[in-house]
Design a protein around this ligand. Structure first.
Ligand code: AHG
Ligand code: MN
Ligand code: MN
Length: 334
């Protein structure tokens, strides 16, 4: 029989590799695992119970919230609030950060930032969606969380990852010592190590761009989109376009198969569409830890100093050689 390593065992085992090995991050990651299983069980019922459809409210960005967005947001908040390791959270679904005021939470050394449900437009059509999270050590000394605790550069992340609700449910995370993936065994409700030490291939043949926006791409990106379609045996072109419109699912696939994902600035979204704190930084941490590159096209994503919680940035991430090719085109054609 195979030796199964569970998420909890793995986290405990790795605790000593972590520079602040006090057990708090271990508990925090376990809390995320619990929230993930609760959200997963609700996601798996989508279509069966009256959970699909709109919640009838809008978030700060004027987007309609889906019921599952709100449900997942509440589960994540509760998990962090009562876990006691986190003094506050910020998420896509909350205009401002939430500072917890329970006596155990104000002592929490960490803050959590998350996109409770990424790829909301895919909920109603039964396509992969997920939860993205990012963990920082607080910079304020004590008491309730402050804005400065959340506006830290991605390079300061102590952990980040995502849970993908696909044909199976996977939790993928990093604490800066490589990337590991766990698949949920639904029969026993346990995440089991299935993808140890994930490495992104340096090359690939998949590109994930919403090419419907081609006309508002920069010259360099348009050139790249033309280049991938040319026939060339040596480089394996034409490449294949793969675009799910759940960034975490697109990046997860590219992480395994090799590929490049891009959501650039467009006329409609001059700073790009994706949010720095709860989409780009955590996915950039994973991509870099797996050996890939994550940039805006001009700057390493994780080195951007955030100025606001819901800040957007252009995102270009994936296999090293593929991203470098895009950067070369940007350099040459703007
Ligand atoms: P969210 O559902 O959290 O708002 O994020 C959706 C994002 C991202 O996951 C995806 O890559 C992108 O929106 C797709 O946007 P387009 O439909 O404009 O391509
Ligand atoms: Mn999202
Ligand atoms: Mn979302």
């Amino acid at each position: 029989m195979r030796n199964i390593i569970t998420l909890n065992e793995f986290i405990l085992d790795k605790q000593n590799e972590f520079q602040y090995a006090s057990g708090e991050l271990t508990r925090l990651l376990n809390d995320i695992g619990i929230a993930a299983r609760i959200i997963n069980s609700e996601v798996r019922k989508a279509g069966l119970v009256d959970i699909l459809g709109k919640a009838g409210s809008e978030n700060i960005q004027g987007e309609e919230q889906q019921k599952l967005d709100v449900y997942a947001d509440n589960q994540m908040i509760n998990s962090f609030k009562y876990g006691g390791q986190v003094c506050g959270i910020a998420s896509e679904e909350n205009d401002d950060f939430l500072a917890f005021d329970q006596p155990n939470s104000v002592k929490g050394k960490y803050v959590a930032i998350f996109d409770p449900l990424d790829g909301s437009s895919n909920i109603d059509v039964n396509v992969s969606i997920g939860t993205i999270f990012s963990i920082y050590r607080r910079v304020s000394t004590d008491g309730p969380a402050q804005l400065e605790d959340f506006l830290q550069k991605g390079t300061e992340q102590v952990a980040a990852g995502y849970v993908i609700y696909g044909p199976s449910t996977m939790l993928v995370y990093t604490t800066g010592k490589g990337v590991n993936g766990f698949t949920l065994d639904p029969s026993i409700g346990v995440f089991c190590l299935s993808h140890p030490n994930m490495k992104m291939p340096d090359d690939g043949r998949l590109y994930s761009f919403n090419e419907g926006n081609y006309n508002s791409f920069s010259g360099g990106l348009q050139k790249y989109c033309d280049w991938v379609k040319e026939e060339d045996a040596a480089t394996g072109r034409p490449y294949s376009c793969r675009y799910i419109a759940s960034m975490l699912a697109d990046i997860h696939r590219n992480l395994i198969k090799g590929g490049v994902f891009c959501y650039p600035a467009t006329t409609g979204s001059p700073n790009g569409k994706l949010r720095l704190l709860y989409e780009c930084n955590p996915m950039a941490f994973i991509v870099e830890q797996a050996g890939g590159i994550a940039t805006t096209g001009h700057k390493r994503i994780m080195e951007i100093q955030p100025t606001e919680l819901h800040q957007r940035v252009p995102a270009l991430m994936g296999s090293k050689n593929m991203v470098n090719k895009v950067l070369e085109m940007i350099e040459q054609y703007g």
